[in-house]
Design a protein around this ligand. Structure first.
Ligand code: UD1
Ligand code: MG
Length: 456
């Protein structure tokens, strides 16, 4: 959806994040499968902005090739971190000639939603304001900037906690940080800010007082403080993760998924699960997982990069890795690991099996302990198992290998050559049976034991 005025967005992502105690820049830490900055970018993209620009720090710049969202021209670097106002100024070139409004977001605030941002933009446009702040009431305003209002309830200035007088510190109306301003005034006002304050930084918040001096219209938009939670430490990262997990689980349940113990299920931002699927406790979803309708995902199973059809049973304690495709009605049981393999409709791997780099035909049955030996230490090779084939327990299928439709592989076989359709193949040694030999054998063992004891 677009607005009656063009919208541009700047995301500030240059902070060091010292309290994370990490080699990784703070905004690149992940929650529910994607980085904090990507959460903010996703919320921003929901508004279809004309321009979307990210200000990153030098630590992120050195990893830029690994950041899929950092498209050329969509980011700039803030080398000396001289404050939030200075950070916004790093986007000045990227926004030159832009009109309408510009929204400033913080990359370490991943809980903001498109809906809340949209309301902020719509209310600001409707109010014809030049500069809009996001504000909330806090019992303990701590380090937040304090909002000083005029008699009409419009912001006169923001006073940073460090610079506030004792009386100003008593103010409980706080600056949420996100800000919206007419693009043409934003950079003019920023150019007038100075670093003569307690932090010695250029504050974006100073544009409010400057706007009032210039006779511009300011606005305080109430914002849900729960959407403004920031990440500065690992504990706060965990708190944000918990909120995101709650949201993702709620969305799946609203879509018709049953979760027996939702608080034990871990999802990724892109996890998709169809209606009438039941998820048992302690199931983990990495990124890139799509599950169809009517499945049963049993306790303790682990999914990543897997596509699962309809009416499929997985687990308990199964692991579906990258490139797994399970067609409808497949059954994968306990202690089964699957990687880069397609099990076609009705195929079964009920227990204790590894299927890697393989194609398993419709209704094929893999007995307990079936292993595709896909790796020779240097290269990976493929195994193809035909429709309706039956693989006996504990078979080692040494790839590259093709087993034809309807073939039967005897239990305990090590198969190194292709098997034709409908053939029976076994590679185990012949069975020798000695009638009544067991007791004679035990007698011999007892005699040996007696001799050894006598020698002690
Ligand atoms: C800021 C606001 C404060 C508000 C609070 C809400 C200012 C001066 N103060 O304070 O009024 O109540 O947010 O959370 O803006 N950043 C850069 N480059 C810099 C400095 C910061 O990119 O040089 C980024 C940070 O990575 C972060 C964001 O800007 O994403 C906010 O910076 P932070 O230092 O957390 O500001 P606060 O002190 O929290
Ligand atoms: Mg902060």
């Amino acid at each position: 959806m677009t607005f009656s005025h063009p919208l541009n967005i700047i995301v500030l992502a240059a902070g060091k994040g010292t309290r994370m105690k990490s080699e990784t820049p703070k905004v690149l830490h992940a929650a529910a499968g994607r980085s904090l900055v990507e959460w903010v970018l996703a919320a921003a993209e929901g508004l279809s902005p004309e321009r979307l620009h990210v200000v990153i720090g030098p630590e992120s710049e050195s990893r830029i090739d690994d950041l899929p969202w950092a498209k050329p021209g969509s980011w700039s670097v803030q080398r000396d971190r001289k404050g939030t106002g200075h950070a916004v100024q790093q986007a000045a070139d990227a926004l030159s000639g832009a009109s309408g409004y510009t929204l400033v977001l913080y990359a370490d605030t991943p809980l903001v939603t498109t809906a809340a941002l949209r309301a902020l933009v719509e209310d600001t446009i409707a109010d014809n304001a030049d500069v809009a702040l996001t504000v909330f009431e806090a019992q303990e305003p701590g380090g937040y900037g304090r909002i000083v209002l005029d008699d009409e309830g419009r912001p006169l200035e923001i006073v940073e906690a460090k610079d506030a007088t004792p009386a100003q510190r008593e103010i409980t109306l706080c600056n949420g940080g996100l800000m919206l301003a007419r693009t043409e005034v934003l950079f003019d006002l920023l150019a007038q800010t100075t670093d003569s304050n307690a932090a010695g930084e250029y504050y974006i918040t100073d544009i409010v007082g400057l706007a009032r001096k210039a006779g511009l219209r300011t606005r305080a938009s109430q914002f849900d403080p729960n959407l403004l939670a920031g990440v500065n430490s690992r504990r706060e990262l965990a708190a944000v993760e918990a909120v995101l997990q709650d949201r993702l689980r709620a969305a799946l349940m609203d879509g018709g998924v049953t979760m027996i113990a939702p608080e034990t299920v871990t999802l990724s931002y892109d996890t998709r699960v169809g209606a009438d699927t039941i998820i048992e406790p302690n199931v983990f979803f990495g990124t890139g997982v799509v599950v169809g309708r009517g499945c049963r995902l049993r306790a303790g199973s682990y999914f990543e990069g897997a596509q699962v059809g309809e009416d499929v049973i997985v687990g308990p304690m199964a692991r579906l890795r990258e490139g797994t495709v399970l067609s409808d009605t497949v059954k994968v049981g306990n202690f089964v690991e699957i990687k880069k393999a397609h099990l076609h409709a009705g195929a079964k791997a009920p227990h204790l099996t590894y299927v890697g780099d393989a194609d398993v035909g419709e209704r094929a049955n893999l007995g307990a302990g079936t292993i595709t030996c896909n790796y020779d230490g240097i290269n990976k090779h493929r195994t193809t198992i035909g429709a309706g084939a039956f693989i006996g327990s504990n078979a080692a299928l040494v790839a590259p290998l093709t087993i034809g439709d309807g073939a039967l592989v005897g239990a305990g076989s090590t198969i190194t050559e292709d098997v034709p359709a409908n053939a029976i193949v076994t590679t185990r040694g012949p069975t020798k049976t000695k009638e009544n030999a067991a007791e004679r054998y035990r007698e011999r063992l007892r005699a040996i034991k007696a001799r050894l004891n006598a020698q002690k």
